[in-house]
Design a binder for this molecule. Sequence first.
Ligand code: FAD
Length: 375
Amino acid sequence: MNNIYQEGKDFAKSYILPYTELADKESRFPEESFQKLGEKGFLKLLVPEEFGGYGKGLVEHTQACLAFAETCSTTALCYMMHNVALMCINTYGSDELKKKIYTDIVENGKFMALAYSEIGTGTHFYKPEVNVEVNGENSTFNGRKSMVTSGTHASYYLLLAPSVEEGKINNWVFPLDSKGLTFEMSNWNGLGMRGNSSCPMNIDNVTLDSSYRVGPEGSGQEQVFNVVAPFFITGLAAVYSGTAMHMFNVISNYAAERKYPDGSTLSNIETVQIHIGQIYKNAAAARAMTVDAANAGANGESDALAKILAARVFASETAIECGTLAMRVGGGKAYNKALPIERLLRDSYAGQVMAPSTDVLTVWLGKALTGQMIP
Ligand SMILES: Cc1cc2nc3c(=O)[nH]c(=O)nc-3n(C[C@H](O)[C@H](O)[C@H](O)COP(=O)(O)OP(=O)(O)OC[C@H]3O[C@@H](n4cnc5c(N)ncnc54)[C@H](O)[C@@H]3O)c2cc1C
């Protein structure tokens, strides 16, 4: 894989586009697209080369998410979470855990998801309250995660739980077939991102041995802030700037094609030209900030954190603004759902509440820019 963005665009046209409307209408996980993501190698984009993957990093992760989101926000979001969880295994997983998970991804097309948020701590997912009892090598978990994207479809869930060390946390890998792990599929009824299957997960006496813990005891916080955060926050920036660019493509094509009885088009009207210019300008700015942030993160630049936070906040807000304006340009057709703009606008509303929400991230950005500790 050399030009991930272009290959992602080509892939999306053939294997994501056919299912994207259905995913929204029926709130149905895009299973066919994920099967093809495995067959065509995208699920192993970040798996190290020595384990049969492509060994790529933050820049390529961002390009793939952007490319997919320009066709389907929901598929891009689920794919993004897989890469984030995988990256944590790459960086902190034991050899045993790596071998097990990589084999399943590379040979069997399996994928991962994130089980972090809880009802109680909400957007502050880095303070988990799941109950953990340790008995020698085994840990038994009880609790509930509130929204788990790709619930029941992913084979491995990166789950955040308190450590036995006071005030610390751990990342664990929960296999889908763990005894005591169930999902409340019927409790997913999202406004947008409807193909996500972001349902609650119930953890009833799930017992795992310590080989399923990622990294040393109590190292979860370091993992969340050093690895999960850059891949997750940049990935979300890619999903929402891709969504905004998708809105531009839909509405500019529509405006050029919609004809009045005198033969003129919607796009001949100056006010519409201004709106379309505004949508493009903001979507392109969000995309440029996202790509710049990914490069800064990959190169370890000193302002990478600020760039990543700013890109994510800007992309999330921009997608909502572009969608609002595109709905106006799309007129009755957009309102009556003859155009996919309303779906994209619904999808974009997830951006501002997904943890850490844009409000929290804006505060963090201010802190990062003034040399203060985050969170
Ligand atoms: C489409 C979708 C998919 C998701 N998928 C996953 C997933 O795969 N895994 C997962 O773990 N979670 C997932 N989530 C959950 C999500 O990431 C959030 O944790 C959850 O939606 C927030 O929970 P809450 O409503 O209790 O937020 P609350 O904590 O109640 O926050 C609500 C709002 O209060 C404000 N707020 C709260 N605290 C502060 C603060 N300190 N400073 C400023 N403002 C603040 C913000 O505006 C925030 O949006 C998903 C959510 C969505 C919408």
